[in-house]
Design a protein around this ligand. Structure first.
Ligand code: CA
Length: 255
């Protein structure tokens, strides 16, 4: 991992780069002892605009849950101190504090036991960050789910719900990761998005990530968008930015 923030230490406060309405202030507690996975989950949630706290063992998780009253808990099962089942049993999840279990223990017995103990959702490892975020969002932003989210410019149409990009009415043929990167940018017009944030949004959690991988994805995205790629701007030393529409007008008016 190239990201210096990936060491899994406790992280508080909402994602700096996100101003998605209704999400700021929604608190998610992550209880995960694997630093690489914890770091990826924390970054992904912060990038999506949630306030995130991290506990690296079951006892710390329980204490934080009692102290911070999170809106949702993302819980691993194999944990030091108390394991995830013990945390579930003591936490007694409620509708106000639902628990999403994310674990490598994928046997039916373990799954059923999670639900018996009150978990509302279950995601087996390895998982896609997009899917984890979609599940968190489905719990915390039910209204946002129903609003159609389409971004259009020039002859490009990005449907954020159908996960579809068309150019001139034809499918642009973006891969899953390319779509994740493009979607992350178009949801934040005018904001410089760091490469590590884009990687957290697009990669399988816990995998090695490199800035150059993001760069080559962006090269391919630009190629597929053709002349409409002008809105994907490079921010030197940081990452990329989805340009605001105003620039279109400025450029049209410039010599
Ligand atoms: Ca674990």
């Amino acid at each position: 991992m190239t990201d210096p923030n990936s060491d899994g230490q406790a992280v508080a406060a909402g994602g700096a780069g996100d101003r998605a309405s209704g999400r700021r202030g929604r608190k998610v507690l992550v209880v995960e002892d694997e630093p690489a996975i914890a770091g990826a989950i924390v970054r992904g949630l912060k990038a999506a605009g949630y306030a995130v706290e991290l506990a690296c063992d079951g006892t710390a998780g329980l204490k934080l849950a009692e102290r911070t009253r999170p809106d949702l808990v993302v819980l691993d099962l194999n944990l030091p101190e108390l394991d995830g089942f013990d945390v579930l049993a003591r936490l007694k999840p409620t509708a106000a504090t639902p628990v999403l279990v994310v674990t490598a223990r994928t046997g039916l017995k373990d799954r059923l036991r999670c639900f018996d103990l009150g978990a509302v959702d279950y995601l087996p490892k390895p998982f896609w960050m997009e899917e984890l975020l979609a599940r968190v969002k489905a719990r915390l932003d039910p209204l946002a789910e129903s609003a159609p989210r389409v971004v259009e410019w020039d002859d490009v149409r990005v449907d954020l719900d159908a996960l579809e990009v068309t150019v001139g009415g034809h499918p642009a043929g973006l891969t899953r990761q390319e779509f994740a990167i493009l979607a992350h940018l178009v949801e934040r017009p005018g904001q410089a998005v760091p490469r590590h944030q884009m990687a957290a949004m697009s990669d399988l959690a816990g995998e090695e990530r490199h800035d150059r991988t993001i760069d080559s994805h962006v090269v391919r995205i630009r190629k597929k968008l053709g002349h409409a790629a002008w809105r994907i701007a490079t921010v030197w030393g940081i990452g990329y930015r989805f340009e605001r529409r105003e620039r279109e007008r400025e450029e049209a008016g410039s010599p």
